[in-house]
Design a protein around this ligand. Structure first.
Ligand code: 9MR
Length: 581
């Protein structure tokens, strides 16, 4: 691997017509130039570095706006010369395909076949095949007793969440939403090669249905299994009293299916037979299903009306169940899996109502939106598994056929206001990317790429080039324009991440395990929750953007996850489709 350079830029390449942005770490004013393969200077100037608290460095950002022909270039700053700089048409196309391939390789319940993966060692048998869940029953770490449920439930399929093999409804929901929205925006803006059929390496390619929808459906079919049938009873924890109570389960959705205890690292799926449980339903999970099932009903209506009907019925039942049980919160006292706990579900209610309204146009959902605190929010906030209102805002702003004009107009203003704020954040960052300065959180790369989804939507609504430039800034940052001179995406760039926290792609821990496939993004710097053993050692000695290590043990810094790869996919598809715009 090449050593770290003071000249940082997107390691996969720039579009000929778009901005080319470099950040240089330097002590004093320097002269810079960009030279083509013949050594001729195509752009030059002088720059003075400024202190950047986010990286702890002195940096200067240089932007070259002139269009350049495809080819190889070198950036020279003072005495330093960069590694090769690529200008190429459609630099993000391969990345988008591989980012989709990540989801196939996270599938549970079916084998990952040699012919659909890049290397023989990435193939594997099915994990948790024909999985039938028994409900958690017994005591948790704090002594809470949960009696479980009286039946076995088919819970086969879906994607593993991340480096662990839990399957969590709330994270599944936001990830599926993003795949479906990537498709929906292309359908509205004019089909792109990346949202068609036969582009990905997967069993369903060539079946006449866009691959991105096939992949999303694999997760949706699992999500639908997580919903309780009508006339069922279920035990839920009464956290206050440390007891359980029995309630009507009709339409509620189990929060997660996950290991009883954290599985060791690494471990192959064929050796992973530890006990797993289904955990009690939560309001957040129920609303997540309501939202994405309603979104799916809209998208599959012309493709597979029977599936669309099934999704819409599930969405309606879930919304009714959430209204009946608005305060069932995930219990975070169990071992072995992520909590994904969220005690404010006002945003999930808004999101679910938004999707149901966009799909049905029905008054009751529109009225619900009007009464929501998010109806007239001036700006949509950040997108995450626990913050889903912006997803509803994007849907209302873009899927508007059945909706009142005033409602749509307010939501469009919210998207543009959020995008304006992100453009200002971008200008405030020494490294020039659209995220607020300050400490970095768990999954900062995923949060940044999710910001780019809002920006891409703002570009679609307005055609304002500032928003698209900020999307490219986000991609540039994760692909190398950052203080660690690191591409956070496997297989892409001269200094790409190689050692994610993952139970199978764990070559660093055991050389008989494979390196990761290409197109997988690391969670990224995390200066707030430095809880893993690698992060603990870095505490106090790193800046917000440098609290990261390419180490498989660093689960708070270098895990990979469906909710982070989903916005990578969305932004790569968007960038490819709007190139030249
Ligand atoms: O992405 C999640 C992050 O927001 C939380 O702070 C963190 C701790 O609860 O958990 C992250 O999600 C992890 C989940 O709990 C288990 N699977 C792996 C996820 C990514 O690290």
């Amino acid at each position: 691997e090449p050593s770290e350079s003071p000249i940082r830029f997107n390691q996969i390449g720039f579009e000929p017509g778009a901005q080319k942005r470099f950040v240089v770490e330097a002590r004093r004013t320097f002269r810079w130039s960009l030279r083509d393969a013949a050594g001729d200077v195509v752009a030059q100037g002088e720059a003075t570095p400024q202190p950047d608290p986010e990286s702890g460095e002195d940096v200067a950002a240089i932007t070259i706006d002139t269009p350049l022909p495809a080819g190889r270039y070198a950036f020279v700053a003072g005495d330093s010369e960069s590694r090769s700089v690529t200008v190429a048409a459609h630099p993000f196309r391969g990345l988008a395909r591989d980012a989709l391939g990540f989801f196939y390789q996270q599938r549970a319940g079916m084998p990952i076949e040699r012919r659909y993966v890049q290397r023989a060692d990435l193939a594997r048998p099915a994990g948790h095949r024909n999985e039938v869940a028994t409900c958690f029953s017994g005591r948790d770490q704090k002594g809470l007793v949960w009696p479980g449920c009286d039946r076995e439930i088919d819970i086969n399929g879906g994607w593993y969440d991340a480096g662990d093999r839990g399957k969590y409804v709330v994270n599944a929901g936001v990830s599926v939403w993003m795949l479906l929205d990537a498709y929906a925006r292309s359908a509205a803006a004019g089909a792109t090669p990346l949202t068609g059929d036969g582009i990905a390496a997967m069993p369903e390619a060539g079946n006449g249905i866009p691959d991105i929808l096939d992949e999303a459906r694999y997760e949706l079919e699992w999500l639908l299994k997580m919903q309780l049938p009508d006339h069922s009873r279920v035990a839920v924890p009464d956290t206050a009293g440390n007891k359980v109570r029995m309630i009507d389960g009709s339409g509620l959705v189990y929060h997660k299916l996950a290991d009883a205890h954290w599985a060791p690292m690494p471990i192959r799926v064929e050796d992973d037979h530890r006990p797993r449980y289904l955990y009690p339903p939560s309001t957040a999970a129920t609303l997540n299903l309501a939202a994405v099932a309603a979104q799916a009903a809209r998208i599959w209506r012309p493709i597979d009306p029977a599936f669309a009907d099934r999704c819409l019925a599930a969405a309606r039942r879930a919304f009714v169940a959430a209204l009946a049980h608005p305060a069932l919160f995930a219990d975070d006292r169990f071992d072995g899996s992520g909590a994904y706990g969220d005690t404010d579900v006002s945003d999930e209610f808004f999101w679910a109502a938004a999707e149901l309204a966009a799909t049905t146009g029905e008054r009751r959902y529109i009225d619900y939106i009007a009464a929501s605190p998010f109806a007239d929010r001036k700006a949509a906030g950040g997108i995450s598994w626990g913050s889903t209102a912006p997803l509803g805002t994007i849907t209302l702003a873009t899927q508007d056929e059945r909706l009142p004009e005033t409602l749509v107009a307010a939501q469009r203003r919210a998207v543009l206001a959020a995008a304006d704020r992100l453009v200002a954040d971008d200008a405030a960052q020494g490294y020039r990317f659209p995220a607020a300065p300050g400490p970095t959180q768990w999954g900062s790369n995923g949060a940044l790429l999710s910001n780019a989804v809002l920006l891409g939507t703002a570009y679609d609504l307005s055609g304002d080039g500032r928003y698209r430039r900020a999307v490219i800034d986000a991609l540039d940052y994760v692909l190398g324009r950052n203080p660690l001179d690191r591409s956070y995406v496997t297989g892409y760039g001269a200094r790409a991440m190689r050692n994610p926290h993952h139970r199978f792609w764990a070559h660093q821990l055991d050389p008989s395990f494979p390196l990761p496939p290409p197109g997988v993004v690391s969670g990224g710097p995390n200066s707030s929750a430095m809880v893993d053993p690698v992060a603990q050692r870095m505490r106090g000695s790193c800046a917000a953007l440098t609290c990261w290590a390419d180490d498989a043990r660093a689960y708070a810094l270098n895990e990979v996850a469906i909710n982070w790869n989903a916005p990578l996919l969305w932004t790569a598809v968007f960038a490819d489709a709007t190139a030249g715009g």
